[in-house]
Design a binder for this molecule. Sequence first.
Ligand SMILES: Cc1ncc(COP(=O)(O)O)c(C=O)c1O
Length: 474
Amino acid sequence: MANRSVDTAAAASARPHQSEGDVNFSARRKAWAAENINSHSADLLARDAKAFLHQSVSTPCLNTIKGAKGAYIFDGQGRKYLDFHGNNVHHIGYGHPRLKEAITRQMEELPFAPRRFTCEPAVELAEKLKEISPGDLSKVLFATGGSDAIEMALKVARAKTGRFKTVSFWDAFHGAGFGASSIGGEQLFRGQAIGPLLSGTEHVAPFACYRCPYGYEVDAAGQPNLNLCKTTCANMVRYVSEKEGNVAAVIAEPARAVPYNPPKGFWKAIRQACNDAGALLIFDEIPTGLGKTGRMFACEHDDVTPDILVMGKALGGGILPIAATLCHPDLDVLGDYAIGHYTHEKNPITTRAALTTINIIEDEGLVENAEKVGAYALERMRDMKSRYELIGDVRGRGFLLGIDLVEDRVSKKGANDAAEEILYRAFDAGLSFKTTMGNVLTLTPPLITTREQMDFALDILESAIKDVSSRKGH
Ligand SMILES: Cc1ncc(COP(=O)(O)O)c(C=O)c1O
Protein backbone atom coordinates (compact mmCIF):
# COMPACT_ATOMS: atom_id res chain seq x y z
CA MET A 1 0.00 0.00 0.00
CA ALA A 2 1.23 3.52 -0.78
CA ASN A 3 2.68 5.51 2.08
CA ARG A 4 -0.11 7.87 3.05
CA SER A 5 1.64 9.61 5.93
CA VAL A 6 1.78 13.40 5.77
CA ASP A 7 4.30 15.67 7.43
CA THR A 8 3.04 17.10 10.70
CA ALA A 9 3.41 20.80 9.77
CA ALA A 10 1.28 20.30 6.67
CA ALA A 11 -1.19 18.29 8.70
CA ALA A 12 -1.41 21.04 11.33
CA SER A 13 -2.13 23.74 8.75
CA ALA A 14 -4.76 21.53 7.12
CA ARG A 15 -6.51 20.81 10.42
CA PRO A 16 -10.19 21.69 10.50
CA HIS A 17 -11.55 24.20 12.99
CA GLN A 18 -11.56 22.64 16.45
CA SER A 19 -15.09 23.45 17.49
CA GLU A 20 -15.43 20.52 19.86
CA GLY A 21 -13.02 21.62 22.57
CA ASP A 22 -9.61 20.56 23.78
CA VAL A 23 -7.53 18.83 21.15
CA ASN A 24 -5.36 15.76 21.32
CA PHE A 25 -2.17 17.33 19.95
CA SER A 26 -1.57 20.42 22.12
CA ALA A 27 1.75 21.07 23.91
CA ARG A 28 -0.02 21.78 27.20
CA ARG A 29 -1.80 18.46 27.02
CA LYS A 30 1.49 16.69 26.43
CA ALA A 31 3.08 18.46 29.40
CA TRP A 32 0.11 17.67 31.66
CA ALA A 33 0.24 14.00 30.70
CA ALA A 34 4.00 13.83 31.35
CA GLU A 35 3.44 15.08 34.90
CA ASN A 36 0.26 13.24 35.79
CA ILE A 37 0.06 9.87 34.07
CA ASN A 38 1.55 6.86 35.86
CA SER A 39 3.26 4.00 34.04
CA HIS A 40 0.24 1.69 34.17
CA SER A 41 -2.00 4.34 32.59
CA ALA A 42 0.73 5.20 30.09
CA ASP A 43 0.83 1.55 28.97
CA LEU A 44 -2.94 1.43 28.51
CA LEU A 45 -2.92 4.74 26.63
CA ALA A 46 -0.18 3.42 24.31
CA ARG A 47 -2.16 0.22 23.65
CA ASP A 48 -5.28 2.32 23.02
CA ALA A 49 -3.41 4.56 20.55
CA LYS A 50 -2.11 1.47 18.78
CA ALA A 51 -5.44 -0.36 18.66
CA PHE A 52 -7.87 2.41 17.70
CA LEU A 53 -8.06 4.46 14.53
CA HIS A 54 -6.99 7.93 15.51
CA GLN A 55 -9.61 10.66 15.36
CA SER A 56 -10.04 14.16 16.66
CA VAL A 57 -11.28 14.61 20.24
CA SER A 58 -11.06 10.86 20.81
CA THR A 59 -7.91 8.83 20.17
CA PRO A 60 -5.16 9.28 21.36
CA CYS A 61 -6.76 9.72 24.79
CA LEU A 62 -5.56 12.02 27.54
CA ASN A 63 -6.05 9.74 30.52
CA THR A 64 -7.53 6.45 31.68
CA ILE A 65 -10.64 5.98 33.80
CA LYS A 66 -11.22 3.32 36.44
CA GLY A 67 -14.37 4.37 38.24
CA ALA A 68 -17.51 6.48 37.91
CA LYS A 69 -19.95 7.03 40.76
CA GLY A 70 -22.60 9.72 41.26
CA ALA A 71 -21.21 13.03 40.02
CA TYR A 72 -17.60 11.81 40.09
CA ILE A 73 -15.11 9.97 37.90
CA PHE A 74 -11.86 8.36 39.10
CA ASP A 75 -8.83 8.20 36.83
CA GLY A 76 -6.16 5.53 36.47
CA GLN A 77 -4.01 7.31 39.06
CA GLY A 78 -6.87 7.13 41.59
CA ARG A 79 -7.63 10.86 41.31
CA LYS A 80 -11.21 12.01 41.76
CA TYR A 81 -12.87 14.59 39.47
CA LEU A 82 -16.27 16.24 39.76
CA ASP A 83 -17.53 15.55 36.24
CA PHE A 84 -19.08 18.66 34.68
CA HIS A 85 -18.92 17.10 31.22
CA GLY A 86 -20.02 13.47 31.23
CA ASN A 87 -20.95 13.66 27.52
CA ASN A 88 -24.36 14.71 28.88
CA VAL A 89 -25.20 11.09 29.67
CA HIS A 90 -24.90 11.37 33.46
CA HIS A 91 -28.09 13.26 34.40
CA ILE A 92 -28.89 10.86 37.28
CA GLY A 93 -25.23 10.38 38.23
CA TYR A 94 -23.08 7.41 37.33
CA GLY A 95 -24.15 3.95 38.50
CA HIS A 96 -27.43 4.93 40.15
CA PRO A 97 -28.30 1.95 42.44
CA ARG A 98 -31.98 1.94 41.43
CA LEU A 99 -31.03 1.83 37.74
CA LYS A 100 -28.46 -0.95 38.24
CA GLU A 101 -31.03 -2.98 40.15
CA ALA A 102 -33.69 -2.49 37.43
CA ILE A 103 -31.26 -3.49 34.67
CA THR A 104 -30.15 -6.59 36.59
CA ARG A 105 -33.74 -7.66 37.21
CA GLN A 106 -34.63 -7.11 33.56
CA MET A 107 -31.65 -9.20 32.43
CA GLU A 108 -32.91 -12.07 34.54
CA GLU A 109 -36.46 -11.72 33.25
CA LEU A 110 -35.98 -11.07 29.53
CA PRO A 111 -32.59 -10.27 27.99
CA PHE A 112 -33.60 -9.56 24.38
CA ALA A 113 -36.59 -9.15 22.05
CA PRO A 114 -35.99 -10.55 18.56
CA ARG A 115 -37.83 -9.34 15.47
CA ARG A 116 -41.64 -9.77 15.44
CA PHE A 117 -41.85 -9.65 19.27
CA THR A 118 -42.58 -6.69 21.44
CA CYS A 119 -42.10 -6.49 25.18
CA GLU A 120 -43.47 -4.68 28.20
CA PRO A 121 -40.59 -2.22 28.85
CA ALA A 122 -40.39 -1.09 25.20
CA VAL A 123 -44.11 -0.31 25.03
CA GLU A 124 -44.13 1.26 28.49
CA LEU A 125 -41.21 3.51 27.49
CA ALA A 126 -42.97 4.60 24.28
CA GLU A 127 -46.05 5.50 26.34
CA LYS A 128 -43.98 7.30 28.97
CA LEU A 129 -42.20 9.43 26.35
CA LYS A 130 -45.57 10.53 24.97
CA GLU A 131 -46.59 11.51 28.50
CA ILE A 132 -43.52 13.66 29.26
CA SER A 133 -42.95 15.25 25.85
CA PRO A 134 -44.57 18.52 24.71
CA GLY A 135 -47.55 18.63 22.35
CA ASP A 136 -48.69 15.45 20.65
CA LEU A 137 -45.50 13.49 20.03
CA SER A 138 -47.08 10.11 20.42
CA LYS A 139 -45.34 7.87 17.88
CA VAL A 140 -41.79 6.73 18.52
CA LEU A 141 -38.85 4.73 17.19
CA PHE A 142 -35.80 3.67 19.20
CA ALA A 143 -32.14 3.40 18.16
CA THR A 144 -28.91 2.85 20.04
CA GLY A 145 -27.41 6.28 19.33
CA GLY A 146 -28.38 9.85 18.67
CA SER A 147 -26.95 9.93 15.17
CA ASP A 148 -29.16 7.02 14.07
CA ALA A 149 -32.19 8.64 15.67
CA ILE A 150 -31.48 11.81 13.66
CA GLU A 151 -31.26 9.75 10.46
CA MET A 152 -34.69 8.26 11.19
CA ALA A 153 -36.10 11.76 11.68
CA LEU A 154 -34.70 12.79 8.28
CA LYS A 155 -36.29 9.78 6.58
CA VAL A 156 -39.68 10.42 8.16
CA ALA A 157 -39.55 14.12 7.18
CA ARG A 158 -38.70 13.21 3.58
CA ALA A 159 -41.48 10.63 3.40
CA LYS A 160 -44.11 12.93 4.89
CA THR A 161 -43.30 15.97 2.74
CA GLY A 162 -42.16 14.25 -0.45
CA ARG A 163 -39.18 16.64 -0.34
CA PHE A 164 -35.53 16.10 0.50
CA LYS A 165 -34.04 19.50 1.37
CA THR A 166 -33.22 20.62 4.89
CA VAL A 167 -32.18 23.86 6.57
CA SER A 168 -29.89 23.62 9.59
CA PHE A 169 -27.19 25.64 11.35
CA TRP A 170 -23.51 26.05 10.75
CA ASP A 171 -21.51 24.95 13.81
CA ALA A 172 -24.20 22.48 14.91
CA PHE A 173 -23.48 18.84 15.65
CA HIS A 174 -26.16 16.25 14.98
CA GLY A 175 -24.14 13.03 14.88
CA ALA A 176 -21.51 11.23 12.85
CA GLY A 177 -23.61 9.33 10.26
CA PHE A 178 -23.66 10.65 6.71
CA GLY A 179 -27.11 12.22 7.02
CA ALA A 180 -26.32 13.66 10.45
CA SER A 181 -22.90 14.96 9.26
CA SER A 182 -24.59 16.55 6.25
CA ILE A 183 -27.03 18.57 8.33
CA GLY A 184 -24.32 19.23 10.94
CA GLY A 185 -22.20 22.30 10.53
CA GLU A 186 -18.82 21.38 11.98
CA GLN A 187 -15.77 20.99 9.78
CA LEU A 188 -14.59 18.18 12.03
CA PHE A 189 -17.39 15.96 10.79
CA ARG A 190 -17.85 17.39 7.29
CA GLY A 191 -14.19 17.75 6.27
CA GLN A 192 -13.04 17.20 2.72
CA ALA A 193 -11.55 13.85 3.67
CA ILE A 194 -14.90 12.05 3.68
CA GLY A 195 -16.11 13.28 0.29
CA PRO A 196 -19.55 14.41 -0.85
CA LEU A 197 -22.31 14.63 1.73
CA LEU A 198 -26.07 14.61 1.17
CA SER A 199 -27.25 17.21 -1.32
CA GLY A 200 -29.93 19.72 -0.45
CA THR A 201 -28.70 20.20 3.11
CA GLU A 202 -28.64 24.00 3.29
CA HIS A 203 -27.07 25.82 6.23
CA VAL A 204 -27.61 29.23 7.76
CA ALA A 205 -25.71 31.12 10.46
CA PRO A 206 -27.07 30.19 13.89
CA PHE A 207 -28.28 32.43 16.68
CA ALA A 208 -25.25 33.42 18.73
CA CYS A 209 -26.14 36.79 20.25
CA TYR A 210 -22.79 37.52 21.93
CA ARG A 211 -20.98 36.96 18.62
CA CYS A 212 -23.88 37.67 16.29
CA PRO A 213 -22.95 36.46 12.78
CA TYR A 214 -24.97 39.39 11.42
CA GLY A 215 -22.93 41.90 13.40
CA TYR A 216 -25.45 43.10 15.99
CA GLU A 217 -24.19 43.93 19.49
CA VAL A 218 -25.59 42.80 22.82
CA ASP A 219 -26.15 45.19 25.73
CA ALA A 220 -24.06 45.22 28.92
CA ALA A 221 -26.14 42.37 30.35
CA GLY A 222 -25.39 40.26 27.26
CA GLN A 223 -28.93 40.65 25.89
CA PRO A 224 -29.67 41.34 22.21
CA ASN A 225 -31.52 44.51 21.22
CA LEU A 226 -34.39 42.92 19.32
CA ASN A 227 -35.68 46.31 18.13
CA LEU A 228 -32.41 46.74 16.28
CA CYS A 229 -31.60 43.22 15.09
CA LYS A 230 -35.22 42.24 14.45
CA THR A 231 -34.15 38.63 14.95
CA THR A 232 -32.34 38.62 11.61
CA CYS A 233 -31.11 35.08 12.37
CA ALA A 234 -34.73 33.84 12.35
CA ASN A 235 -35.58 35.86 9.26
CA MET A 236 -32.68 34.21 7.44
CA VAL A 237 -34.12 30.74 8.07
CA ARG A 238 -37.37 31.88 6.47
CA TYR A 239 -35.51 33.59 3.61
CA VAL A 240 -33.38 30.53 2.77
CA SER A 241 -36.37 28.18 3.09
CA GLU A 242 -38.37 30.33 0.68
CA LYS A 243 -35.52 30.79 -1.81
CA GLU A 244 -34.63 27.10 -1.78
CA GLY A 245 -38.23 25.91 -1.88
CA ASN A 246 -39.23 22.32 -1.27
CA VAL A 247 -37.68 22.18 2.18
CA ALA A 248 -38.65 19.03 4.07
CA ALA A 249 -37.49 20.21 7.49
CA VAL A 250 -35.66 22.76 9.57
CA ILE A 251 -33.46 20.88 12.05
CA ALA A 252 -31.74 22.39 15.07
CA GLU A 253 -30.95 22.19 18.75
CA PRO A 254 -33.44 24.43 20.59
CA ALA A 255 -30.61 25.57 22.89
CA ARG A 256 -27.19 25.40 21.30
CA ALA A 257 -24.47 23.41 23.03
CA VAL A 258 -21.87 26.24 22.81
CA PRO A 259 -24.00 27.20 24.85
CA TYR A 260 -26.27 29.84 23.32
CA ASN A 261 -29.88 30.49 24.23
CA PRO A 262 -32.20 31.52 21.41
CA PRO A 263 -33.23 35.19 21.38
CA LYS A 264 -36.79 35.78 22.54
CA GLY A 265 -39.33 34.88 19.87
CA PHE A 266 -36.80 33.04 17.71
CA TRP A 267 -38.44 29.61 17.75
CA LYS A 268 -41.96 31.01 17.40
CA ALA A 269 -40.77 32.79 14.22
CA ILE A 270 -39.18 29.58 12.92
CA ARG A 271 -42.29 27.55 13.73
CA GLN A 272 -44.35 30.02 11.70
CA ALA A 273 -41.82 29.98 8.83
CA CYS A 274 -41.99 26.16 8.76
CA ASN A 275 -45.78 26.20 8.76
CA ASP A 276 -45.81 28.73 5.92
CA ALA A 277 -43.27 26.74 3.87
CA GLY A 278 -44.90 23.36 4.52
CA ALA A 279 -41.69 22.19 6.21
CA LEU A 280 -41.42 20.18 9.41
CA LEU A 281 -39.58 21.41 12.49
CA ILE A 282 -37.21 18.86 14.04
CA PHE A 283 -35.62 19.53 17.42
CA ASP A 284 -32.42 17.74 18.33
CA GLU A 285 -32.68 17.43 22.13
CA ILE A 286 -30.08 14.69 22.35
CA PRO A 287 -27.97 16.53 24.96
CA THR A 288 -30.68 18.85 26.34
CA GLY A 289 -33.61 16.44 26.76
CA LEU A 290 -34.70 15.08 30.15
CA GLY A 291 -34.01 18.20 32.15
CA LYS A 292 -30.57 19.55 31.30
CA THR A 293 -31.79 23.13 30.86
CA GLY A 294 -34.08 23.10 33.90
CA ARG A 295 -37.16 22.02 31.93
CA MET A 296 -37.86 18.46 30.82
CA PHE A 297 -37.15 19.63 27.24
CA ALA A 298 -35.29 22.78 26.22
CA CYS A 299 -38.00 23.75 23.71
CA GLU A 300 -40.43 24.22 26.61
CA HIS A 301 -38.60 27.45 27.52
CA ASP A 302 -39.72 28.84 24.17
CA ASP A 303 -43.20 27.36 24.18
CA VAL A 304 -42.71 25.80 20.75
CA THR A 305 -43.47 22.19 19.88
CA PRO A 306 -41.61 20.48 17.03
CA ASP A 307 -43.07 17.89 14.67
CA ILE A 308 -40.23 15.54 15.59
CA LEU A 309 -38.16 15.57 18.76
CA VAL A 310 -34.97 13.51 18.92
CA MET A 311 -33.44 12.45 22.22
CA GLY A 312 -30.61 10.20 23.36
CA LYS A 313 -27.54 10.41 25.61
CA ALA A 314 -28.95 10.53 29.18
CA LEU A 315 -31.93 8.39 28.18
CA GLY A 316 -29.95 5.24 29.04
CA GLY A 317 -29.08 6.60 32.48
CA GLY A 318 -25.36 6.79 31.74
CA ILE A 319 -25.13 3.01 31.55
CA LEU A 320 -26.77 1.86 28.32
CA PRO A 321 -27.02 3.38 24.84
CA ILE A 322 -30.53 4.26 23.69
CA ALA A 323 -32.00 7.11 21.65
CA ALA A 324 -35.51 7.94 20.49
CA THR A 325 -37.24 9.73 17.63
CA LEU A 326 -40.59 11.08 18.81
CA CYS A 327 -43.05 12.04 16.08
CA HIS A 328 -46.45 13.63 15.69
CA PRO A 329 -48.95 10.86 14.79
CA ASP A 330 -49.52 12.46 11.35
CA LEU A 331 -45.99 11.34 10.50
CA ASP A 332 -46.83 7.66 10.69
CA VAL A 333 -46.57 7.37 6.90
CA LEU A 334 -43.87 4.81 6.16
CA GLY A 335 -45.60 1.60 7.24
CA ASP A 336 -44.61 -0.26 4.09
CA TYR A 337 -40.91 0.55 4.42
CA ALA A 338 -38.25 0.08 7.10
CA ILE A 339 -37.10 3.37 8.62
CA GLY A 340 -34.76 2.29 11.35
CA HIS A 341 -35.31 -1.37 11.94
CA TYR A 342 -32.36 -1.60 14.30
CA THR A 343 -31.32 -4.85 15.93
CA HIS A 344 -31.80 -3.37 19.39
CA GLU A 345 -34.93 -1.38 18.58
CA LYS A 346 -37.12 -2.92 21.27
CA ASN A 347 -34.37 -4.21 23.52
CA PRO A 348 -35.94 -4.87 26.93
CA ILE A 349 -32.76 -3.93 28.83
CA THR A 350 -32.11 -0.56 27.16
CA THR A 351 -35.79 0.39 27.26
CA ARG A 352 -36.02 -0.66 30.93
CA ALA A 353 -32.96 1.50 31.62
CA ALA A 354 -34.63 4.48 29.92
CA LEU A 355 -37.91 4.00 31.74
CA THR A 356 -36.17 3.75 35.11
CA THR A 357 -34.00 6.79 34.31
CA ILE A 358 -37.09 8.91 33.62
CA ASN A 359 -38.72 7.66 36.82
CA ILE A 360 -35.59 8.56 38.81
CA ILE A 361 -35.49 12.05 37.25
CA GLU A 362 -39.14 12.58 38.21
CA ASP A 363 -39.01 11.00 41.68
CA GLU A 364 -35.84 12.82 42.74
CA GLY A 365 -36.98 16.21 41.38
CA LEU A 366 -33.86 16.48 39.23
CA VAL A 367 -35.27 18.87 36.62
CA GLU A 368 -36.20 21.29 39.42
CA ASN A 369 -32.72 20.88 40.92
CA ALA A 370 -31.08 21.74 37.58
CA GLU A 371 -33.25 24.84 37.33
CA LYS A 372 -32.52 25.99 40.90
CA VAL A 373 -28.79 25.23 41.17
CA GLY A 374 -28.29 26.35 37.56
CA ALA A 375 -29.85 29.75 38.31
CA TYR A 376 -27.59 30.08 41.35
CA ALA A 377 -24.53 29.20 39.22
CA LEU A 378 -25.45 31.75 36.57
CA GLU A 379 -25.73 34.45 39.25
CA ARG A 380 -22.26 33.58 40.52
CA MET A 381 -20.90 33.55 36.97
CA ARG A 382 -22.39 37.02 36.37
CA ASP A 383 -20.67 38.23 39.50
CA MET A 384 -17.37 36.74 38.25
CA LYS A 385 -17.85 38.51 34.93
CA SER A 386 -18.24 41.83 36.75
CA ARG A 387 -14.81 41.31 38.30
CA TYR A 388 -12.71 39.72 35.53
CA GLU A 389 -12.27 41.32 32.10
CA LEU A 390 -11.14 37.92 30.83
CA ILE A 391 -14.79 36.86 30.93
CA GLY A 392 -16.60 38.34 27.94
CA ASP A 393 -19.95 36.66 28.48
CA VAL A 394 -21.67 34.16 30.73
CA ARG A 395 -24.80 32.39 29.59
CA GLY A 396 -26.91 29.28 29.74
CA ARG A 397 -29.98 27.74 31.26
CA GLY A 398 -30.23 25.16 34.02
CA PHE A 399 -27.16 22.94 33.82
CA LEU A 400 -26.07 23.98 30.32
CA LEU A 401 -23.71 26.81 31.22
CA GLY A 402 -20.85 28.66 29.54
CA ILE A 403 -18.12 31.13 30.45
CA ASP A 404 -16.84 32.81 27.27
CA LEU A 405 -13.23 33.95 27.70
CA VAL A 406 -11.94 36.80 25.55
CA GLU A 407 -8.62 38.50 24.82
CA ASP A 408 -10.46 41.78 25.25
CA ARG A 409 -14.11 42.76 25.49
CA VAL A 410 -14.01 44.98 22.39
CA SER A 411 -12.60 42.55 19.83
CA LYS A 412 -14.17 39.54 21.65
CA LYS A 413 -11.35 37.44 20.24
CA GLY A 414 -11.51 34.07 21.99
CA ALA A 415 -8.90 33.62 24.76
CA ASN A 416 -8.15 30.05 23.70
CA ASP A 417 -4.83 29.76 25.48
CA ALA A 418 -6.30 30.97 28.78
CA ALA A 419 -9.21 28.53 28.39
CA GLU A 420 -6.83 25.62 27.86
CA GLU A 421 -4.69 26.61 30.83
CA ILE A 422 -7.78 26.84 33.03
CA LEU A 423 -8.94 23.42 31.84
CA TYR A 424 -5.70 21.73 32.90
CA ARG A 425 -5.59 23.64 36.18
CA ALA A 426 -9.13 22.45 36.86
CA PHE A 427 -8.07 18.84 36.27
CA ASP A 428 -5.34 19.34 38.87
CA ALA A 429 -7.90 20.66 41.34
CA GLY A 430 -10.43 17.86 40.73
CA LEU A 431 -12.86 19.25 38.14
CA SER A 432 -13.49 17.94 34.63
CA PHE A 433 -15.36 19.89 31.96
CA LYS A 434 -15.12 20.69 28.27
CA THR A 435 -14.10 23.75 26.31
CA THR A 436 -16.17 24.60 23.24
CA MET A 437 -14.98 26.65 20.24
CA GLY A 438 -11.59 26.72 22.00
CA ASN A 439 -12.52 29.49 24.43
CA VAL A 440 -15.85 28.72 26.12
CA LEU A 441 -15.65 26.90 29.45
CA THR A 442 -18.70 24.72 28.99
CA LEU A 443 -20.24 23.26 32.13
CA THR A 444 -22.77 20.45 31.85
CA PRO A 445 -23.05 19.00 35.37
CA PRO A 446 -25.23 16.01 36.15
CA LEU A 447 -28.74 16.94 37.33
CA ILE A 448 -27.93 15.60 40.81
CA THR A 449 -25.32 18.35 41.38
CA THR A 450 -25.78 20.11 44.72
CA ARG A 451 -25.15 23.77 45.45
CA GLU A 452 -22.03 22.76 47.42
CA GLN A 453 -20.64 20.85 44.44
CA MET A 454 -21.44 23.81 42.18
CA ASP A 455 -19.54 26.11 44.56
CA PHE A 456 -16.61 23.68 44.60
CA ALA A 457 -16.45 23.84 40.79
CA LEU A 458 -16.93 27.59 40.50
CA ASP A 459 -14.31 28.20 43.23
CA ILE A 460 -11.80 26.23 41.15
CA LEU A 461 -12.66 28.14 37.99
CA GLU A 462 -12.66 31.51 39.73
CA SER A 463 -9.26 30.91 41.29
CA ALA A 464 -7.79 29.91 37.91
CA ILE A 465 -9.46 32.86 36.13
CA LYS A 466 -8.13 35.21 38.80
CA ASP A 467 -4.56 33.96 38.38
CA VAL A 468 -4.63 34.07 34.59
CA SER A 469 -6.23 37.54 34.71
CA SER A 470 -3.62 38.98 37.06
CA ARG A 471 -0.83 37.63 34.87
CA LYS A 472 -2.41 39.30 31.85
CA GLY A 473 -2.78 42.54 33.82
CA HIS A 474 -6.58 42.48 33.52
C1 LIG B 1 -26.78 17.82 19.60
C2 LIG B 1 -26.32 16.41 19.33
N1 LIG B 1 -26.91 15.71 18.36
C3 LIG B 1 -26.53 14.45 18.06
C4 LIG B 1 -25.51 13.83 18.75
C5 LIG B 1 -25.08 12.44 18.35
O1 LIG B 1 -25.38 11.51 19.33
P1 LIG B 1 -24.59 10.10 19.35
O2 LIG B 1 -23.17 10.43 19.69
O3 LIG B 1 -25.30 9.31 20.40
O4 LIG B 1 -24.73 9.51 17.99
C6 LIG B 1 -24.85 14.53 19.77
C7 LIG B 1 -23.73 13.90 20.50
O5 LIG B 1 -22.88 14.54 21.07
C8 LIG B 1 -25.26 15.85 20.07
O6 LIG B 1 -24.67 16.56 21.04
